[in-house]
Write a new protein. Structure first.
Length: 232
C-alpha cells in the first residue's frame, strides 16, 4: 500500500473508525473484522475433526448426509450472535467471506472433507435477495472456495418459493415451511459429485434437510454440510 493510501485510510478511520464485529471495540491498524482478543477466543466446535460429532445425528432418519460440521457455537447474547447479525442484517457480507476462508483452511485438515468437489450455498428467493441485496451464504461459499481451492456453484440449487421467516417456528412447522422450496437445474454439473452445502447457521436443520433431499435426487450426489455456527 502506498504512503498516500495509508494516510488516507488513517484519516478516514478518525471519522469512521473500524470496529470489531464481535465486541464493537475499535480495531488496530493490522486487524481485520475482529480484534485479536475476539479472534483468539471464538467458541470453535472442532466438529469437523470428530468421527461422531453431535451434529452428525441431526439428520438421522431424515436424509443421508456424509458429514455435518459447524465452525462456532451460537447462543443468545454471545459474540457469535453479534457476528451473524452483522453478516445477515447489517450489510457486513465481507465477514462471511473472511470466516468462510478461515473455516475452509480448517476443513482441509479434516479427512471427511478431502473429497469435496464443489460448494453450494443455500440460496435465497429472488425477492428476498432484492430486499437484502446479497446472499450471506454465498459470501461464506466464496471464502470456503478460496481457501479450499474448489469451485462454488450458485446456479445448480435455486429457491423457487418465497417463505416466511423460520425464527419463531417449531421444528415441524419449519419443515412444512421449506420442504418443497428448492429446485435444481443443470444437474449434470454435480452428477456423481461430493457437494459441500453451506449456510450461516444450523438450528433444527429443516432448511438444510430440504436442500439435501433435493440435491440427492441427482444421480450419484453425496452431500456434506458446513455452517459458520450451530446452536449450543
Amino acid at each position: 500500500m502506498s504512503k498516500f493510501k495509508q494516510l488516507l485510510k488513517n484519516f478516514i478511520s478518525i471519522f469512521y473508525p473500524r470496529s470489531c464485529v464481535a465486541c464493537g471495540n475499535a480495531l488496530m491498524q493490522n486487524e481485520s473484522h475482529f480484534c485479536l482478543s475476539c479472534l483468539m477466543h471464538l467458541p470453535e466446535t472442532n466438529y469437523h475433526l470428530m468421527e461422531n460429532s453431535p451434529l452428525d445425528y441431526i439428520f438421522s432418519g431424515r436424509v443421508r448426509v456424509e458429514k455435518v460440521a459447524s465452525m462456532l457455537f451460537y447462543k443468545k447474547g454471545n459474540q457469535v450472535q453479534h457476528i451473524l447479525h452483522a453478516l445477515k442484517y447489517k450489510g457486513n457480507k465481507e465477514v462471511g467471506r473472511f470466516l468462510g476462508e478461515m473455516y475452509g483452511r480448517q476443513l482441509l485438515k479434516s479427512p471427511y472433507y478431502q473429497s469435496v468437489d464443489c460448494i453450494i450455498p443455500i440460496p435465497l428467493h429472488p425477492q428476498k435477495l432484492r430486499i437484502r441485496g446479497y446472499n450471506q451464504s454465498e459470501w461464506i461459499a466464496m471464502g470456503l472456495s478460496r481457501s479450499m481451492n474448489i469451485p462454488y456453484l450458485t446456479e445448480v440449487l435455486l429457491r423457487s418459493e418465497f417463505t416466511e421467516t423460520q425464527t419463531k417456528k417449531s421444528r415441524f412447522n419449519r419443515w412444512e415451511n421449506v420442504k418443497n422450496v428448492f429446485v435444481t437445474t443443470d444437474d449434470e454439473k454435480i452428477k456423481d459429485k461430493h457437494v459441500l452445502l453451506c449456510d450461516d447457521v444450523l438450528t433444527t436443520g429443516a432448511t438444510m434437510e430440504a436442500a439435501i433431499t433435493q440435491l440427492r435426487k441427482i444421480e450419484g450426489v453425496r452431500v456434506s454440510v458446513a455452517t459458520l455456527a450451530c446452536a449450543n
